[in-house]
Design a binder for this molecule. Structure first.
Ligand code: APR
Ligand code: ZN
Length: 342
């Protein structure tokens, strides 16, 4: 089969490789679509220490079951499936206390395990989800990360409530969905970005107000002015030290900062404000398995938009165009369709 193989940082190539075989408890999935995520770019450019090398990239996968290993009863050939981005051990303390998303033995597609930028991928059947017929199979791949990561962040970490004033910093693939989930939860959402087009789009996803940080000298002051003292919750979905700091500075007394963006750089925050204002700073990583059925149902019932998130589609042969578009900040999410010819 054809697959995008990452051989070393900066070197990812389309190769002909052997199709995987499903082992005990595993399904073989014919990939319909795999989302192109910022995390893939990080891996592509810098590699990560956990890498199995070489590895097939891609962790937002939907497809159809093409074969079942021994002892698989949950699925049959032809079933439409969504793969979670990570598989957790199920046995550690975090897994046993409902916090599987921070399982330290987790295995991620396109990182520890071969991922979805390929014609086929294997996955443990017990961790995969059936996709209802109302959800288009290709677009459905985005539920695997672009939707579930901000869902977990908004619901369980930022703990957004009806009536909260929430600023979402960064309206890319992750942030835009934080906007739509926070709006759905009944918050007054202020979308913050440097791109007017993304901000305009954010209004369509439920933002009531927008701020282009480049249009004002002191964005945190502007946000405090507009909200009468600061936002209840700031959700950072960019991953730059300066925007994490900006988000922190925009929070009101008693407020909360939820960091979803990944920054390799250390970030300096004045902790006196945390103490005097009783601020909370929380991180958020991925989602828990229990989040998937909830998000699938929100999409199925039309309460959450999925189609408009897909702004480009590429055959596997043109995947690098998708990476380039993401680097250039174009669009929201691209999906790669390995079954389609170039
Ligand atoms: N101020 C405000 N907005 C910014 C800034 C800035 N200084 N720099 C970039 N942005 C905006 C971009 O215009 C874009 O809309 O942040 C958004 C980033 O979106 P994407 O590039 O689509 O990234 P995404 O896939 O959403 O991931 C965001 O979350 O999970 C993490 O690793 C991921 O750190 C990354 C973050
Ligand atoms: Zn675990």
């Amino acid at each position: 089969m054809k697959a995008l193989l990452l051989e070393s940082p900066g070197k990812a190539q389309l190769r002909e490789v052997a199709s995987p075989e499903p082992g005990r408890g595993e399904i073989l999935v014919r990939v319909t679509a795999c989302g192109v995520c910022h995390t893939d770019l990080h891996y592509l450019d810098h590699g990560v220490p956990t890498f199995k090398s070489p590895v097939i990239l891609g962790h937002e996968v939907s497809g159809t079951v093409a074969g079942c290993g021994a002892e698989v009863e949950k699925f049959r050939e032809g079933d439409r499936v969504l793969l979670p981005a990570v598989f957790t051990c199920g046995a550690c303390r975090m897994c046993r206390t409902g916090r599987e998303n921070i399982c330290q033995q987790m295995k991620m597609l396109g990182n520890h395990l071969d991922g979805g930028f390929a014609e086929y991928v294997v996955a443990p059947a017990k961790d995969c989800f059936a996709l209802p017929a109302e959800i288009p199979l290709a677009e459905g791949c985005l539920i695997g990360d672009a939707l579930t990561t901000p869902y977990h962040a908004v619901k369980h970490r930022a703990r957004v409530q009806l009536g909260d004033v929430v600023a979402v910093f960064g309206c890319g693939g992750v942030g835009m969905n934080a906007v739509q989930f926070a709006a759905l939860a009944g918050a007054h959402v202020i979308a913050v970005d440097i791109d007017d087009h993304k901000l305009e789009l954010a209004r369509r996803f439920g933002a009531r107000d927008t701020l282009n940080v480049r249009a004002v000298e002191r964005p945190e002051k502007e946000l405090k002015k507009r909200t009468g003292g600061g936002v209840d919750i700031a959700l950072e979905a960019i991953g730059k030290p300066e925007t994490i700091r900006l988000a922190y500075d925009s929070v009101r007394v008693g407020g909360r900062l939820c960091v979803v963006g990944y920054s390799a750089e250390p970030v300096t925050l004045p902790f006196s404000k945390m103490m005097f204002y009783e601020l909370e700073v929380v991180g958020s990583l991925g989602c828990r398995p229990a989040d998937y059925p909830e998000v699938i149902e929100l999409v199925r019932s039309g309460r959450v938009a999925l189609g408009p998130l897909v702004t480009a589609r590429y055959p596997l042969e043109k995947i690098h165009e998708g990476f380039d578009a993401l680097r250039a900040g174009q669009g929201l999410r691209s999906i790669v369709l390995p079954g389609k010819a170039a």
